[in-house]
Write a protein of this length. Structure first.
Length: 350
């Protein structure tokens, strides 16, 4: 339990350090309103250091926060600041465009948030559990490559280029498309996924003498529908707030930020609200000097989405907490309008 004076000192040190990046000494704290002698302030800072909440640097008599200090601040002392109205207007203007797919909104959201903060933004759209498969087709590119196109009833379109196994002919592909559209279109994606691994292998073996290549191709193409898509904005921004990292660490972090599975694990489920995780709490030593502000938003009838901001541990928590909170509400409104427009135009059935 900290005294009120110790709490004030810790709060002011963190606020100053996150704004300037410089250690904070007793003189600065006196200027900020701590009305005791510099000797008393130094004693209090030593006590906070002994508790593991502050650290002393060799180059200065001032102190900087430790990860534990940031944790205490976020849990007990954080006071969200007022959001700059210019930032709110910028968010709204950026969402005014016409969006034809939910993925376009998700991509725009991370671009806006990373631009506003100069940090790395992450976005995960509403849950896909209730989506239905409404169409599947294959477009040949050349003798051995095709584009597989999958459409769901939430107007979500997946497309990807695939290599065709040598054992699979053009006639085989046409037959596969007919079978999939006949057997799977109209089914919820969860049912499609289940049938892909139960009924479809048995069914395809009836139509193909060598079904293994077909089964692998179908599983790969339709499996993408069940990937949770994490969109990333400002992927290179972490270079600016981690300037001292070595090349190998940079490569590892950049690779991780391009891995959907790793990113999905980074974004743990959050109840309606905002969560801040710091350093080791992110579960990956590459992020030991970083913090993640993650917020969820609910879209009635369509599930829960996530927006998050990855930055250094010395980020300005009070400002960014408020900004992420405001941003999630603007994003939720845009996503809700998108679904509403589909309802009004009958877009689900097109």
């Amino acid at each position: 339990m900290l005294t009120s004076r110790q709490q004030s000192i810790l709060r002011l040190i963190i606020q100053n350090f996150t704004q300037t990046g410089s250690p904070v000494g007793s003189k600065k704290l006196m200027e900020e309103g701590i009305d005791v002698s510099s000797a008393t302030i130094r004693n209090e800072m030593k006590a906070l250091e002994d508790l593991g909440l502050l650290q002393k640097t060799h180059s200065s008599s001032g102190r900087i926060p430790s990860l534990l200090g940031y944790r205490y601040y976020v849990d007990h002392l954080l006071q969200p600041s007022r959001v700059n109205q210019r930032e709110i207007q910028k968010i709204r203007r950026s969402f005014q465009g016409e969006f034809h797919e939910l993925n376009e909104i998700m991509k725009q959201s991370v671009d806006i948030l990373s631009d506003l903060t100069s940090y790395t933004a992450l976005s995960l759209g509403p849950d896909v559990k209730d989506r239905r498969l409404t169409g599947f087709r294959i477009v040949p590119l050349n003798r051995r490559q095709v584009v597989a196109i999958l459409v769901t009833d939430k107007e979500n379109v997946e497309s990807q280029v695939f290599e065709i196994p040598a054992s699979v002919s053009g006639a085989d592909l046409e037959k596969v498309v007919r079978i999939l559209n006949d057997k799977l279109v109209g089914e919820p994606l969860t049912t499609v996924y289940q049938k892909l691994h139960t009924e479809m292998p048995i069914f395809l073996r009836k139509y193909f003498q060598t079904p293994d290549g077909i089964l692998t191709l179908v599983d790969t193409m339709l499996g993408r529908a069940f990937e949770e898509k994490v969109f990333v904005g400002g992927r290179m921004n972490f270079v600016d707030f981690e300037p001292a990292q070595d090349v190998s660490q940079f490569k590892l972090m950049y690779t991780l930020l391009k891995d959907p599975e790793e990113l999905t694990q980074l974004l743990i489920p959050v109840d309606q609200g905002i969560q801040i995780r710091i350093g080791d709490e992110l579960g990956n030593e590459l992020f030991s000097n970083m913090s993640l502000i993650q917020a969820s938003y609910q879209i009635d009838g369509h599930g829960t989405g996530t927006i998050a901001l990855l930055g250094p541990t010395n980020m300005q928590y009070s400002r960014l907490f408020s900004l992420v909170d405001a941003f999630r509400h603007e994003l939720a409104a845009k996503v809700a309008d998108y679904y509403k427009s589909l309802d009004e135009t009958g877009g689900w059935n097109q």
